[in-house]
Design a protein around this ligand. Structure first.
Ligand code: PLP
Length: 363
């Protein structure tokens, strides 16, 4: 049996609704910044966090880049960021000429709140947290640090749609919540998409201008903006997906239970959840010192696993100019060598998940 992350299953679940939404857009004769985007923004904002404003963008990376820019952070400024994250989080900083300052992860793979204060300098302007794999970071402590030092707080929620910390949604703790609707995400579109969530009305207006060449009145440009708009087709399809998101996440929670109770291996560390942290199980990530061996073993059995992520940002070629070296962030580097994401997707059958569990336990 071949088992791998697949998107066709979750499309098939609601295929008729997606087709209707797509036809509605095609027939409408209006394809950018119209009623679908506006409706999605309202629905998403009220779904995630009551009094928030949502601005639809072209991607999660754009959300991060524009969040840093809209908060006035640029050349010479430092931004604290988890060492254990996807490169896009860091690109959001460096695209604006600011400097990322990496902080090690804790045992839940998220930024270690206890190590943030030591990384703050006179140039620090913001903290970006990432709710990695779908689990909320330790927001109570991090919000407290940001407030005490007068730092902006940006949340990378690309993997954490609807996850909460202490009952408060990720994306509503900081100044800006950045979301991705890349197809594999829990709330995935059928192409690229992203959004920011903010509480401040003026800041929302700034994002609306920034995504549209920096203009809020046609041909009058207040900012040097970009072209980054959630198109009508993606917005319409996302509205369908959003209406089923609770079911989709509930299914993921059932699947993770099966993995957690089924996998028994002395060399494998299963994912754990912090007290107070919600987890929407974007990925199911295990850890073992024998990671490469396990990956190859499963691959030979037709089970395709992934690594999120094999090279930490500070060791990437593109960031050679920052002057980091191997051994500097040992925990993040260790995780990069040891993590493995098992096949995990909506529509995964009992037979498929049991096939993975059996193979892992035999390893
Ligand atoms: C996917 C992802 C992004 C980037 O989102 P895109 O929509 O692909 O640009 C940023 N941060 C994290 C943590 C992600 O997983």
């Amino acid at each position: 049996m071949k088992v791998y992350d697949r998107l066709d299953r979750q499309y098939e679940m609601f295929a008729e609704e997606y087709k209707q939404a797509a036809m509605r857009v095609l027939d409408s004769g209006w394809y950018i910044l119209g009623r679908e985007c506006e409706s999605f923004e309202q629905e998403f904002a009220s779904y995630i966090g009551g009094d928030s404003y949502c601005v639809g963008l072209n991607s999660g990376l754009d959300a991060l880049i524009l969040a840093v820019r809209a908060l006035g952070i640029g050349a010479g400024d430092e931004v604290i960021v988890p060492a254990n994250t996807y490169i896009a989080t860091v690109l959001g900083i460096t695209e604006n000429g600011a400097v990322p300052v990496f902080v090690e992860p804790d045992e839940y793979y998220n930024i270690d709140a206890g190590k943030i204060e030591a990384a703050i300098t006179g140039r620090t302007k913001a903290i970006i947290v990432v709710h990695l794999y779908g689990q909320a970071a330790n927001m109570k402590r991090i919000k407290d640090i940001a407030d005490r030092y007068g730092l902006k707080l940006i949340e990378d929620c690309a993997q954490s749609h609807t996850a909460e910390f202490d009952g408060k949604a990720t994306g509503t703790w900081g100044d800006v919540g950045c979301f991705s609707f890349y197809p594999t995400k829990n709330l995935g579109a059928f192409g690229d998409g992203g959004a920011v969530l903010v509480r401040d009305k003026d800041l929302a207006a700034k994002f609306r201008a920034l995504r549209n060449y920096g203009s809020s009145v046609k041909y009058h440009n207040d900012y040097c903006g970009v072209n980054s708009r959630l198109d009508e087709m993606q917005a319409a399809l996302l509205r369908v997906k959003l209406s089923h998101l609770a079911e989709l996440i509930a299914e993921r929670k059932k699947l993770k239970e099966i993995y957690l109770s089924g996998i028994k291996h002395k060399d494998i560390i299963l994912p754990a959840v912090r007290d107070g942290a919600g987890h929407v199980w974007h990925l199911f990530v295990i850890r073992t010192e024998r990671r490469n061996e396990l990956h190859d073993y499963l691959e030979a059995k037709g089970i395709h696993t992934q690594i999120h992520y094999p090279i930490p940002p500070h060791m990437q070629k593109c960031y050679e100019y920052l002057g980091h070296h191997k051994g500097e962030l040992p925990i993040a580097e260790k995780y990069a060598d040891e993590v493995l994401s098992l096949p995990f997707y909506n529509g995964m059958t009992e037979e498929e998940i049991n096939c993975v569990i059996e193979a892992v336990n035999e390893f």
